[in-house]
Design a protein around this ligand. Structure first.
Ligand code: CP
Ligand code: NVA
Length: 306
């Protein structure tokens, strides 16, 4: 049976752990020159309606390093822009390629593609979720910290797509997640309620960034205005002023705490230059790990036997 990755809810806790371990192993094998080209003659199709540096290049590089190929389309270069139904697009692409990675606005669009494609569909970011980002961030945390046991992550800023994926991950893996968000910018109730009902983690929402970081192992932030919210950027700069990761907030966290950011970063807004370039920041190792996580994910979805 094909497996899609539309949100982290599509995976069990044990599958998440296996994917992270597989990514760590593939990273090691790649560095030793012993990684097998397990995706030879396989093709990844990418359909992106929003800009991307990391997600696109890490997916494409992962595919090439595993011996496969990629076909990249923007929505506007395809007939989707001329109203060809997603259901038709999905059924046609499934006859040409082995898996599809999609970056778009409405989450229901990736659900629609997945419903009609007979091949795996991977969410490369929607307005609501960014699962591949958070799964590869868990690889970074496991690598830097040694394990994911008794983890406490503090999210500072907007309750956005990346925050939603953190909530899903906390629910699945059972770690503590504190989110400090300004009023009106909390994560969606539906996502939080799902975590409360189905999850094994603890999700706390507060207005106070200092409270969120006080016992955190990881401080995490993202842009104040996500793609598609450019018109609100000025207003958001005022609303989110007190939700910046800076030296003063870092001083309120335990001395071992790491700083992560999914990037791209807006220095001087959600994070200062000092913290971004400082010794606690692992943002570029974090970006690098996107590559190894995509390798593990592509290998898993394409080479599954059942
Ligand atoms: N973090 C991330 O998804 O970056 P891109 O938008 O560059 O893909
Ligand atoms: N929340 C951001 C993440 C970018 C990787 C956005 O959606 O623009």
């Amino acid at each position: 049976m094909k497996r899609d990755l539309l949100t982290i809810r599509d995976l069990t806790a044990s599958e998440i752990r296996q994917l992270i371990d597989r990514a760590q192993r593939m990273k090691q094998e790649w560095s030793e020159g012993s990684l097998r080209p397990s995706l030879s003659r396989r093709i990844l199709g990418l359909i992106f309606a929003k800009p991307s540096t990391r997600t696109r290049v890490s997916f494409e590089a992962a595919m090439y390093r595993l011996g496969g190929n990629c076909i990249f389309l923007t929505e506007k270069d395809s007939q989707i822009s001329r109203s060809e139904p997603l259901a038709d697009t999905a059924r046609v692409l499934a006859r040409y390629v082995d898996t599809i990675a999609v970056r778009t606005f409405a989450h229901r669009d990736v659900e629609e593609l997945a419903r009609f494609a007979s091949i795996p569909v991977i969410n490369g970011l929607t307005d609501d979720f960014h699962p591949c980002q958070v799964l590869s961030d868990l690889l970074t945390i496991q690598e830097k910290r040694g394990s994911l046991e008794a983890l406490h992550v503090a999210w500072i800023g907007d309750g956005n797509n990346v925050a939603h994926s953190w909530i899903n991950a906390s629910a699945r893996l059972g770690f503590t997640l504190s989110l400090a968000c300004p009023p009106g910018h909390e994560p969606s109730n539906a996502v939080v309620e799902w975590a409360g009902k189905e999850g094994t983690g603890a999700v706390h929402i507060t207005r106070d960034p200092r409270e969120a970081v006080s016992s955190a192992d990881v401080l995490y932030t993202d842009v104040w205005a996500s793609m598609g919210q450019e018109a609100e950027a000025e207003e958001r700069r005022k609303t989110f002023r007190d939700y910046q990761i800076n030296d003063s907030l870092l001083a309120a966290a335990p001395s071992h705490a790491l700083v992560l950011h999914c990037l791209p970063a807006h220095r001087g807004e959600e994070i200062t230059e000092e913290v971004m370039e400082g010794p606690r920041s692992v943002v570029f190792d974090q970006a690098e790990n996107r590559l190894y996580f995509q390798m593990a994910l592509l290998d898993w979805v394409i080479n599954r036997q059942d």
